[in-house]
Design a protein around this ligand. Structure first.
Ligand code: PLP
Length: 410
């Protein structure tokens, strides 16, 4: 029996990697890759068309590459397909996407309710920079839905979180947050940088989805980029020549970079599966060895079931895990030794083919004051791992255990 299409649950229909696979673009001369638009400005056959384009009324015409370019549009459409949104706008960095969205949605006297565990740069923007423009933020435990609701005021415009938070790997219950956002007429903005393909926030009710492309999506640690995925209406407002935050703040991605990210995006599904497989293997082994391990795929994770419910299971729980080794000195000793043994690099960022490890309290979250780090459970001895694509993760684990024994952790 054939079911009518609308009765098929959305999660069965929506296969994000297929959406990327199904896109078909040809280059100018039939190339299998779209041609790269190597121009900052574009000619018009008539002055009238130029005027219409400025007014936003000439579909398919390009104006100036800070506004949009063919290469940026190709990448944006592929990322919109991945996230299941109407369209997307690519930016020069993840922070370019985050700041553009928040400054577009919030004006003086507006208010944001935000998870207290988020990337340090986002935290610093909301805590130190946005108040200068009259935008205030309340930071809450995003897993405590009552606290989230209690923080909303009549000035609140945005509910902001990361699907899996940096660096504590707290899980945002996007479906439940979307219900709260709808009730109070807020925009639910989700940074999905840690879980591309694994979690599809739009399907769970998010309004706007952001990624730092710098991480898993590009996957080769050779560039910085970002994206905002949302409705045509919102993305057009970001690009509006008179009032759009992305257009006027100028966080535009370079076309050459956009073309190169698009090529890497095509292997994302294979890479994420391998990152997730390796991270789950290490997390289970580390926990069994007695290390304090946090990974959303572990049954011991407080939000394991929430995460499992949201997951596109083929892609697993992602490549990020943390262990707590008790002190910064111990963390540094272990990370230096693991780097010396070529088990990965002591570096910030994530999504590289090699494992990357860093101590967030003194690096990517150092913008967060010490007392607040403590309150949110970010301890000195925390090591964040972005687990690499190692073909032989069993060997990696054994060599890591040797390092841990050498620094007297085990
Ligand atoms: N969002 C998350 C979760 C991040 O981890 C980062 C950077 O580490 C960013 C956003 C900012 O991205 P970018 O460095 O590309 O500006």
């Amino acid at each position: 029996m054939q079911y009518p299409k609308q009765n098929i649950p959305l999660f069965m229909e929506f296969k994000p990697a297929n959406k990327i696979q199904d896109l078909q673009y040809f280059g100018e001369f039939g190339g299998v890759n779209p041609s790269i638009s190597d121009s900052s400005t574009y000619t018009f056959l008539s002055a009238k068309t130029m005027f219409d384009t400025f007014e936003g009324n000439a579909d398919g015409c390009y104006l100036y590459s800070r506004h949009s370019s063919p290469s940026n549009l190709y990448l944006g459409e592929a990322l919109a397909a991945m996230e299941g949104t109407e369209t997307a706008n690519v930016t020069a960095s993840g922070m370019g996407a985050i700041t553009g969205v928040l400054l577009e949605l919030c004006k003086a006297n507006d208010h944001i309710v935000c998870s207290r565990t988020i990337y340090g740069g986002t935290y610093a923007f909301l805590k130190n920079f946005a108040p200068g423009f009259g935008v205030q933020t309340s930071f809450v435990d995003i897993t405590d839905l009552k606290a989230v609701e209690a923080a909303i005021t009549d000035r609140t415009k945005v509910l902001y979180c990361e699907s899996l938070s940096n660096p504590l790997l707290e899980v945002a219950d996007i479906k439940a947050l979307a219900v709260i956002a709808k009730k109070y007429n807020l925009k639910l903005v989700v940074d999905n940088t840690f879980s591309p393909l694994s979690i599809s926030p739009k399907l769970l009710g998010a309004d706007i989805i952001i990624h730092s492309l710098t991480k898993f999506i590009n996957g080769s640690s050779d560039m910085v980029g970002g994206v905002v995925c949302g409705t045509h209406k919102f993305i057009n407002s970001l690009r509006d020549v008179n009032s759009g935050a992305c257009m006027l703040l100028g966080s535009t991605l370079d076309s050459l970079r956009a073309a190169s990210i698009l090529k890497n995006l095509r292997t994302l599904h294979i890479r994420i599966q391998q990152h997730s497989k390796n991270a789950l293997y290490l997390a289970e082994k580390f926990e069994a060895a007695g290390l304090k391990t946090v990974y959303p795929g572990l049954v011991s994770h407080p939000s394991h079931l929430t995460c499992k419910k949201m997951l596109n299971t083929a892609y697993g729980f992602g490549g990020m895990l943390t262990i707590d080794v008790g002190s910064l000195a111990k963390a540094n000793e272990l990370m230096e030794l693991m780097q010396n043994k070529n088990l990965g690099y002591l570096a910030v960022s994530l999504g590289f083919y090699k494992t990357l490890f860093s101590s967030p309290g003194s690096s990517t979250s150092s913008e967060i004051p010490e007392n607040e780090q403590k309150a949110m459970g970010l301890s000195d001895g925390l090591i964040r791992f972005s687990v690499g694509l190692d073909a032989d993760i069993e060997r990696t684990y054994l060599l890591m255990i040797e390092c841990m024994t050498a620094v007297e952790l085990l």
